[in-house]
Design a protein around this ligand. Sequence first.
Ligand SMILES: [Fe+2]
Length: 321
Amino acid sequence: MSVTQNPVFTDWTPRHAELFKHQPLRLAHRLHESPLFSRAALASLIENYPRQSYNLVHMGPAGQRRLWREGEIGDLSGAEVIDAVEKGRIWINLRDVRRIDRRYDDLLRDVFGELKERMPSFDTENHGMGILISSPKAQVYYHCDLPGQALWQIVGRKRLYLYPNTPPFLHPQDLEDIALFGQEIDMPYQPWFEEHATAYDLEPGQMMHWPLNAPHRVENFDCLNVSMTMEYWTKEIRRKHIVNVGNAILRTRLGVTPKSRAIEGPGFLAKAVVQKALKGRKWTMRGAEKKGRPPVDFRLDRAHLGQIVDLPNAAPSTASV
Ligand SMILES: [Fe+2]
């Protein structure tokens, strides 16, 4: 796709290429106009989505933190699932959409193609995409992500709170824990962090990109939300990940406090060699020792959209949140 014809980004200026990765950027886009994100298209996508590739989470009563339960769609149609999300306290995350439906893969290729045209040195790999459909007032708690990330708003409004990617908001050990244990939402958080947060309201047709690993949390306004999450790796991010895993091993296995976060030189090479040797065992790209996930213990209630039915004899889930 050429940038001059029907661009995805509609208010991009050369200045954004200089700011990208270094500063939080809220940009205008046109993905919310794509037929792939119409309510009917999303309903059809949900109906055909493989069980192992989505997470359906019930957030428990309002005011109770982290009483999250993992469930399944049951016999609801895709349209009914969206209605249930709109009426309940639920979110559904369609993970890895580009591998499930080629049309979304094409769309993501267009996005990265346009970014590469606008920023010729922006070389990325391992692109990922998820579609998050979430209830009015749903929240995503304080966390950070290892890959490069962007959040695209499609339906509804939400507020993104963004924090500096430096101590005390983010410590190297936080990144190590996420790299090794996949504990994205167990990051230390203090209420006074809010005094240092920047809030960005997002409406359909706006997206946010932020500096690598910047902690963030999200609050939906009182309306159904559909958002697209986008992630990518670069050579530099991959090297940082090797450092995170290497330092996590030093700290947790050898009792050594890591001294270096260098992404080149002999120390880095030693970490890379060790991980290469261990590859194929349990050291994966992310969450190498991911904690067990909650079992699937409810399904959506077709008779009362927005409510759930307990599953007494549910099998353990292998899905990850
Ligand atoms: Fe995130």
